[in-house]
Design a protein around this ligand. Structure first.
Ligand code: GDP
Length: 313
């Protein structure tokens, strides 16, 4: 099974999916448009969250960084007058250093992540969506800025006027992503930000066309008129989408065969019946489930819903 992921909602799902499927059967294609060089090292927030999840070292409160990490290097840099855009933990930084060394030595990002997963004894396959440099830039009333600058430095507060993914027009999927997609017909679009996490993956050259041919189950990150967390609502609105599960489905257009929305979500199209039931909207089967992954058991239960949805396709 191939799972498209950002760095919070889908990793929560992955924590359940690895209990339901053998880990070797899971391939995660991860957004890289939030990556950024910081103090000489390439930080890949979404890829690293997925890495740490499978390595068993993720901080499950924040969904980024390593559990119980220390911050001595960050503090020392700060005292030396170099304040970093993000508070990077020491063990987390070790990952960044290793990866950046490999890249400076000529490896691709995909190759570096493959080596890191090997060293961390991870059996799942973790694939950056592309090896090409891409960056989500947010256009705000205070000017255009990198996504991290918008979210971390400005705490997501400026009014958003638009968004562009720098470099996406030349971004191609890696051979590893293409071959994973050739060998597996089941694709999950995880409950991640449809604009900044899933959006860039779908915009990598040829991805929409490939995914249209696959069996695709997507899970909505929106319940009612708000995301579970993060800036998805603000960004969807700025990009002209309704902030609702229906708006998410519009972002994914003709890709999903099944769309899982929360059992407490508002009706979508003509699909009614809070609390359960299924229906169809424009050829997409709608499945209602408890999508709020507030415990490991709930992540497992949602994973089982997804696996059965594939069985019924
Ligand atoms: P980012 O890379 O850190 O922005 O993380 P993602 O894009 O992977 O995840 C952010 C999205 O996950 C947000 O739009 C949230 O609404 C969604 N999300 C987080 N937790 C849950 C959950 O338990 N259930 C659902 N359905 N969505 C969630």
């Amino acid at each position: 099974m191939i799972i498209l992921s950002g760095g919070t909602g889908t990793p929560k799902l992955l924590s359940g999916m690895r209990e339901v499927l053998p880990e070797e059967e899971i391939t995660v294609v991860v957004n890289t448009a939030e990556d950024m060089w910081v103090s000489g090292n390439l930080v890949c927030p979404d890829v690293d969250t997925v890495l740490y999840l499978f390595a068993g070292s993720i901080d499950p409160e924040k969904w980024w960084g390593v559990r119980n990490d220390t911050f001595a290097t960050n503090d020392a840099l700060q005292s030396a007058g170099q304040s970093e855009i993000m508070r990077i933990g020491d063990r987390d930084r070790a990952t960044h250093i290793l990866r950046s060394d490999m890249i400076r030595g000529g490896r691709s990002l995909t190759g570096a992540i493959r080596e890191l997963t090997r060293r961390l004894k991870i059996r799942a396959t973790i694939l950056p969506m592309t090896d090409c440099a891409v960056a989500t830039r947010i256009e705000t009333q205070e000017g255009e800025m990198h996504f991290q600058e918008f979210w971390l430095t400005h705490r997501g507060e400026p009014e958003v006027l638009g968004l562009r993914i720098e470099g996406i027009e030349n971004a191609t999927p890696s051979d590893a992503v293409l071959s994973a997609l050739e060998n597996d017909d089941r694709v999950v679009i995880g409950p991640s930000n449809p604009i900044t996490s899933i959006g860039p993956i779908l915009e990598v050259r040829g991805m929409r066309k490939i995914l249209r041919e696959k069996e695709v189950v997507a899970i909505s990150p929106i319940i009612g008129s708000a995301p579970v967390s993060g800036p998805a609502g603000k960004l969807m609105h700025a990009c002209g989408y309704d902030v609702s599960s229906e708006g998410v489905l519009e972002c994914y257009r003709d890709i999903p065969d099944v769309f899982v929305i929360d059992r407490e979500d508002v009706d979508i199209g003509s699909v009614v019946g809070r609390g359960g039931g299924t229906g169809e909207v424009g050829g997409v089967q709608i499945v209602r489930a408890d999508t709020m992954m507030t415990s490991p058991e709930k992540s497992v239960a949602l994973s089982r819903v997804i696996v059965s949805a594939f069985e019924e396709l």
